[in-house]
Each structure stands twice: as C-alpha cells, then as structure tokens.
Design a protein around this ligand. Structure first.
Ligand SMILES: [Zn+2]
Length: 319
C-alpha cells in the first residue's frame, strides 16, 4: 500500500503578500454561535435582544453566527450565557479566536432550565433531582435554595444537556410499594421540537431524519443506559414516547424572545454541586498557587469525576 496511508504530505502554503492577522472583523473579541436545527433566524433578528454595554455586530457565515463585541464585558456576558433563545430557536454560544476552525468547535451542549413535573411533594428535593436527572445531563444550579418545599410544586434545575442526542422526555420514579410514577422533563427554551425524530430545533414538516431511523433511536438510547447499569422499565404499548410536555414554556412572544442581560454581575466564584449522596462537591483546578475551586460550568460529568479524584489526592496530601 502507498505511503499516503501513514503519512500526510503537502506543500506549505505561503501567506499572500498583503495578509495580516487583523482581518475586517475583530475575531478575538467575538463569540460564535450555532442554532439547533436547520433554518435559523435572520441576522437582523438575532441582534435585537441583548441588554448590553456597547455595540455588537453580527456576522453570518453558513450556520455560524459571529458576535463581534466592541465591549469586552459584553463578550464575557455572552460566553457566560452559553445558550440563549432567539425567536424560539436555541443558539449555543462559544468564545471565538481568529485561529479557531468553526467546524471543530463543540456546540453540542445546551444550557437550559429543566422542570421535572409529576412528582409527589416529598420528592421535590435536590437529592431526587440528582437521581432523576443523572442520565439527562449535568446539573449546574437548583432553583430551590435552602430546605423546605420549593416555590412551585416541581423540581427546576439549570442543566447542561447534550442536544446532539435525542431528548429524554421523562423517567419512572418509584413511589410507595411497587408503584412507579412517570416524571415529565420539561425543557424551557425548546419551542421547536419534533415528536417523531426527538431532536430540539427540528421542524415536524421539514425534518430530514428518516422515519425508520427515528423510531428505533429512543430504544437504542435506553438500551445504552441499560448497559451502563440503569434499570429501564417499559410502559404499556401504543403510548407515544414524546409528548408536548417536552416543551417547558408557553409558546408566546415573551418566552420565545427572552432578553439576555449582559450587564449583570458575574456569577459567584464557586458554584456548589451535590453528588449522589447529597454531599457538596466542587470543581477544582490546578493553578500555580495550588488547587482552587473554579467557576467553569462547562464541565461534564466525566471531567468532574476526574476532578473529584484530584480533590481526594489533595486531601491525602499528594498535591
Ligand atoms: Zn428531526
């Protein structure tokens, strides 16, 4: 076989004579965003909902939207936001740099509020939220503070969800005896959702996912969870897997077009997380000064586990 298989060869392109790293756009002061699903809104629309300090210019190239911020704090605000909604469409936002290749940026995680609906009051606790949502994504924030009953009769948490995967519409929760109840997961910001394919952002009439593919996918996803050691129950047949309960907010203008406040002060330094047993865990980071807790909420479960291991080592004095 040829050399090409194990070796890449090519000439080194010489930069054009007039090339400069300073392009027409200040890329290093920009955030880049991609909408979930096809047919995104127009550029003019996308720039109307920020509460901001300075000018934000929006550029579009294919599916990518670039938000060029004249004020650095606006940029920080957009990055902190992680995801937002324009005209009922979710966009995931990331920091951009002039050397970044858009196709290599991971836009899979979406930050959204999820409400768990259909539980007895006794179950409206952080501990149950952790148990119920462990396979859905990573919990960043609980609406409920302190002990006692929540303000509304359901669990509401802010999560990072992998929206490149099929949505999980709910799960079974054991109640007394051998009874189980179905808890609905209601996703705030999911206005466009296709019940036959299971993806946020997809439109029922214009979905390109083939019917036979989409019908077996939920089963595959559950089978994967089963392999990870979770118990899967199968309810009575002829019941639709997805219902309108997937959508968490009424489809009205105010919710479809939320204002995004980029001026609000930054989030607290340390966001506590609860592990499965209700103990507080923190995300740790190695720095020159040792190990400090950090406020980077874009981490996922696997990374947290690694960091927890790191914390253990810290406690036994290895670091
Ligand atoms: Zn679809």
């Amino acid at each position: 076989m040829g050399i090409l298989e194990d070796q890449r060869m090519g000439i080194l392109a010489a930069p054009p004579a007039n090339f400069s790293f300073l392009g027409p756009v200040n890329y290093n002061r920009s955030a880049i965003g991609v909408f979930l699903g096809p047919y995104p809104p127009t550029v003019t629309y996308v720039n109307s909902r920020w509460i901001r300090r300075g000018v934000i210019r929006v550029h579009q190239s294919g599916i990518y939207y670039l938000f060029e911020c004249y004020d650095a704090y606006d940029l920080d605000g957009i990055i902190r936001q992680h995801s937002t909604v324009f005209e009922g469409r979710i966009i995931n936002l990331r920091r951009y740099h002039r050397s970044f290749i858009p196709q290599e940026i991971n836009f899979d995680t979406t930050r959204l509020w999820v409400r768990v609906q259909g539980l007895p009051l006794l179950y409206l606790t952080r501990e149950w939220a952790n148990q119920i949502l462990s396979h859905v994504g990573f919990i960043e924030e609980y609406e409920q503070v302190g002990v006692g009953l929540p303000m509304h009769a359901n669990i509401r948490v802010r999560m990072l969800v992998d929206t490149s995967q099929l949505l999980i519409p709910g799960c079974f929760v054991p109640v007394e005896g051998d009874r189980v109840v179905w808890a609905f997961f209601r996703h705030e910001g999911a206005f466009k959702f296709n019940k036959s394919c299971g993806y946020i952002g997809h439109h029922s009439e214009r979905c390109k996912v083939k019917k036979d593919v989409s019908s077996c996918k939920p089963r595959c996803r559950l089978a994967a969870l089963e392999r990870r050691g979770m118990r899967v129950l199968y309810g009575p047949g002829q019941q639709a897997y997805y219902t309108n309960y997937v959508k968490g907010l009424p489809d009205i203008f105010r919710y479809r077009n939320p204002k995004v406040n980029l001026i609000r002060p930054s989030e607290p330094e340390v966001i506590p997380f609860m592990d499965r047993n209700g103990r507080e865990i923190r995300i740790y980071q190695e720095t020159a000064r040792g190990v400090v807790a950090r406020n980077d909420t874009t981490l996922f479960r696997k990374e947290v586990l690694i960091l927890m291991r790191l914390k253990k080592r810290v406690m036994v004095g290895e670091l």
